[in-house]
Design a protein. Sequence first.
Length: 149
Amino acid sequence: MGSATGLPLPRFVSLKSDRVNLRNGPGTEYPTSWVFRRAGMPVEILKEFEGWRQIRDADGVTGWVLHSLLSGRRTSLVLPWEIRKEPLPRVSLRSSADPSAPEVAVVEAGVIANLHHCDGTWCRVMVGSYRGYIEQNKLWGVYPGEVVK
C-alpha cells in the first residue's frame, strides 16, 4: 500500500497533462531527466513519497512526478513493445470479446486506448470514436489477468 494514499502499489494511472517533468527524485530540487508530452499515456506508480510518485513508463523508464499531474483514469498502450517494428504491427478492435467477432477498427502499435473494463482476458476500450474489445495481453497499462470494473 502507498504510504501517502493507502492505495495498492504498484498500480496504473495516466498522465493528466501534455507536459510532465520526470525528475530524478521526489522534489523540484531534483533535475528533470525527461519530459513526457502525451496526455493520457499510462504509467505505473511504483512508490509514493508525500506529494510525489515514482512512476515507470512502457519502456521501463522510471522517475518521480508530482501527484497532481497524474489521473486515476485508466488507459493503455497497444503493443508498445512492438512500436519500433516496420511496418507497425496492428491489432483488431472487435465488436465483442471473441477472436472471431467482426472487426470494428484496426489499431496500430503505440496508440492510447481508454479502458472501460477488463475481464482478465479481454478489455473493452475506446480509441478515438471507436469502441470495441482488444485482447488484454496486447495492452500495456493493465496487469495480466487483472479485472478492471
